[in-house]
Ligand binder design. Structure first.
Ligand code: GAR
Length: 202
């Protein structure tokens, strides 16, 4: 039986799209995305899910009485869909230790830098690339890792380096890191972990 995957998003969803495309092309063959959850209403990622025929749900902290209520509703939705693997793909909120401890090595995240550089609380989205450029690094990249109670602190699954170029803006660098690294290693890691979970059930 294929590993049932939920993808958590907050924005444009290009990493979600990479996962959907990888499922279609057979790069992901041991898992199936059964649910997309956004914590931001109207996120374009929700459209991408609908276009792919995947059930999509919006759960907002403020409608659910804060983080605890959000995580309770999330847990219920995951259980209702028999989810076995959670992928954070541009999910811009930190899950509590209480939640992550219920999903040991069952949550993976893509981070747009080479951990342990430019990571942890406050380093998300464009801010990561702004920090890399202002530090002046010549190489950056992306990391896929398991999620635990330490933000960006779980075991690394895969990384890919990307060169910084003269004159890069945060936006230009962000796009290059996505194209050359994130959209490559996230589907690959999703397949690897899905396969391990699938084989564990066999
Ligand atoms: C991606 O670069 C992802 O790595 C990053 O936000 C972007 C989301 O883009 N995530 C984080 O910074 C999480 N700490 P997307 O919505 O187009 O996939």
């Amino acid at each position: 039986m294929l590993t049932k995957i939920a993808v958590l998003v907050s924005g444009g969803g290009t990493n979600l799209q990479a996962l959907i495309d990888a499922q279609k092309s057979g790069i992901i063959k041991s898992g199936q995305i059964v649910l997309v959850v956004s914590n931001v209403g109207g996120a374009y990622a929700l459209e991408r899910a609908k276009n792919a025929g995947i059930e999509a749900l919006t759960l907002r902290n403020r409608d659910l009485g804060g983080q605890e209520g959000f995580e309770r509703a999330l847990q219920e939705a995951l259980e209702a869909h028999s989810v076995e693997l959670i992928i954070l793909a541009g999910f811009m909120s930190i899950l509590s230790g209480d939640f992550t401890s219920r999903w040991p090595e069952r949550i993976i995240n893509v981070h747009p830098a080479l951990i342990p550089s430019f990571c942890g609380k406050g380093f998300y989205g464009l801010k990561v690339h702004e920090a890399a450029l202002s530090y002046g690094v010549k190489v950056t990249g992306a990391t896929v890792h398991f999620v635990n109670e330490v933000p960006d602190g779980g075991r690394i699954i895969d990384q890919k380096a990307v060169y910084v170029k003269e004159g890069d803006t945060p936006e230009v660098l962000q796009r290059r890191v996505m194209e050359e690294a994130e959209w490559v290693i996230l589907p690959r890691a999703a397949e690897k972990v899905s396969k391990e979970i699938m084989e564990g059930k066999a």
